[in-house]
Design a binder for this molecule. Structure first.
Ligand code: 5IU
Length: 265
């Protein structure tokens, strides 16, 4: 059972370098926290990432909302990734045919594949989306997550759609390392489950987001990584650094405690 095995023990079962690195660093750094930073300025993005860096295994970006994106942002992001020992997850949610997503992943101004260790895709186009992204990402050692479920109210990613997403992942285990999902699914294979919609203080955001606690997500539902955004960085371009640091540690501790309990440590 993947849910009761330690992250370190599971790392050995992955051939994909991004999955393996992520599980190893979660174990080394004692964190299953991914901070999602949805701000619109380069300086805010880098400031928040530097503040949460010591507490996280993964930083999730939406690079297309940055108004002053430039090449230097990528260099600084990579510098912070080495400085604090975390991986980068561009939450791009690709959703087109294979040929198009290969171009979106590798080209344009953002050149996502060149710096993002992990990205994600909607299974809606069918397996060609995996083939297209793998043609770019696999030679670079990148990993892909499929959106099997979403945290938002009324999501269509449920039932037969979710089952079909799992089947698509099973057929491409060398590149698909797991899912964005709300729970662990039964099955023989070990997949990583990364879960957004995590908050300790509020239940929603008035725009469909639904929050559960780190304990519900990691212990009760068997997920691996909690993805937390506004619960940590606050509103707009972000709270003060000391507040952000304290919130990141608060979520890291909650997530890690739930993992220790789940794995009987
Ligand atoms: N996100 C979700 N739900 C999903 C998926 C992605 O919230 O099902 I797929 C993203 C959106 C945002 C972050 O970037 O995760 C959550 O941010 P907050 O913790 O601020 O709600």
């Amino acid at each position: 059972m993947a849910s009761t095995k330690t992250y370190a023990a599971r790392a050995e079962g992955y051939a994909n370098p991004a999955a393996r690195s992520l599980l190893e660093l979660m174990d080394r750094k004692k964190t299953n926290l991914c901070v999602s930073v949805d701000v619109t300025r380069k300086s805010s993005l880098l400031r928040i990432i530097d503040a949460v860096g010591p507490s996280v295994c993964l930083v999730k970006t939406h690079i297309d909302i940055i108004e002053d994106f430039d090449e230097d942002l990528v260099s600084q992001l990579q510098h912070l990734s080495s400085k604090h020992d975390f991986l980068i997850f561009e939450d791009r949610k690709f959703a087109d045919i294979g040929n198009t997503v290969a171009l979106q992943y590798s080209r344009g101004v953002h050149r996502i594949a060149s710096w993002s260790h992990i990205t994600n895709a909607h299974p809606v186009p069918g397996p060609g989306i995996i083939t297209g992204l793998a043609s770019i990402g696999q030679p670079l050692g990148r990993g892909l997550l499929l959106l099997a479920e979403m945290s938002s109210a009324g999501t269509l990613a449920a039932g037969a759609y979710t089952s079909a997403a799992i089947d698509m992942a099973r057929a491409h285990r060398d590149f698909v390392i797991g899912f964005i999902a709300m729970k662990r699914f039964d099955g023989q294979e070990d997949f990583l489950i990364l879960t957004p919609g995590v908050g300790l203080d509020v239940k929603g955001d008035g725009m469909g987001q639904q929050y559960r606690t780190p304990r519900e997500v990691i212990l009760d539902r068997g997920c691996d990584v909690i993805i937390v955004g506004r619960g940590i960085y606050g509103k707009g371009e972000g709270s003060d650094d000391d507040v952000i640091k304290a919130q990141a540690e608060r979520y890291r501790e909650e997530g890690w405690k739930a993992y220790l309990e789940r794995t009987g440590q």
